[in-house]
Design a binder for this molecule. Sequence first.
Ligand code: SAM
Length: 419
Amino acid sequence: MAETEIADVERVGARGDGVARAGVRTAYVPFTVPGDRVRLARGARRGDGDAASLIEVLQPGPDRVAARCPHFGACGGCALQQWADDEVLAWKREQVVAALAHRGLDAPVAAILATPPGERRRVYLAARNGRRGAVLGYRVRASHAIVNVTDCPLLNQALHTLLDPLRSLAAEVLGAGEEAAFEVTATAPGPDLVLERPRAPDAAEGRRLAAFAADAGLARISWRAGKTAESELVCLRAPPTVRFGDISVEIPPGGFVQASPSAEAALVGEIRAATETARRIADLYAGCGAFTFALLDRASVRAVERDAEAVAALRQAAHRSGARVEAEPRDLVRRPLQDDELRGFDAVVLDPPRAGARAQAEALARSSVPVVSYVSCHPGTFARDARILVDAGYRLTRVVPVDQFLWSPHVELIGIFQK
Ligand SMILES: C[S@@+](CC[C@H](N)C(=O)[O-])C[C@H]1O[C@@H](n2cnc3c(N)ncnc32)[C@H](O)[C@@H]1O
């Protein structure tokens, strides 16, 4: 057995692990809270210290609480259930403040908006048909092992009730030892399922999948060979629609939707407040139009998004409803909207992936767009891009962190820039 040591956890680091200054080097210990005295075992080097595993908590810190989920600690899905909710929320807000300070930005950061458990409407589950039956759940952190999840307090009811049926399905449609992923999104007529594995379902599996869709009340099942491969329809029972504003959008298989409806509502509320007088808005990194359609009651919107299927979904929904939307498929990293294209917009909404939107921020910096609402799931890249905008004369007037990804170290936020 590896050597162990005893250490005190001082704080929680940016990745959600407790930071213990024990022995020669810092140890990063998952599932711990400040004030914990723990026994740990050091693992691989990590930055200025070592990744460590928690062997036991010898004395709990003052804000240690019982985890809500029976799988916590084994499952790689959650990292912070052992810490009191208020502490987690304060820590997440502090991640935003620290990221801004790191870029020399001193902006007003509002209280973090919490979201309730049981709201998650999209999930990516791993499955394997092993010798002792099928397992389905999340991966163990930094491992290929799958935790067989029977309960997940994050998921909404529609997804939660699918856990056991999907496990049974995995036993039927996966060969011995075969692995797959099930990506499931809750939509109005029922869950939308994407089976992801290298081989396409054969005819018998296709029939089994169709029967499953009927039994479990799914809207659609698709198959794709890998995460970035195109999907193929297996069966369609009802168009899988999600409502944004007053408009229902038929999302493509695996299409992006915000993980939690109340986080989406909070973001929409902030965007609407910031763009109240805007009549022409550009929604960049628009996905299937969650923000586009929420703004149409008072503005015309140009939606720009790289994913062609999302753009097609957006266009189709706009066409059906006669909405004032112009949707364009475009890679905004390679071809950001330039200042001449930005001319005439009263506001720009941005919602890039974790990598942020450096090229678009640089183009915005040269523009005279009066309001930029920037939604981000990564405080570090947000602060980097905010610096670009502030250096060009924008004022960062409001930052609101949103705890969209409960019990994970991730934090969503929206920043409002004005010029
Ligand atoms: C965080 S999602 C936001 C989607 C949408 N705003 C919403 O709330 O549903 C980010 C979106 O950016 C798109 N995207 C990623 N890289 C892109 C790029 N280089 N150019 C344009 N869009 C991109 C993704 O396809 C995804 O739809």
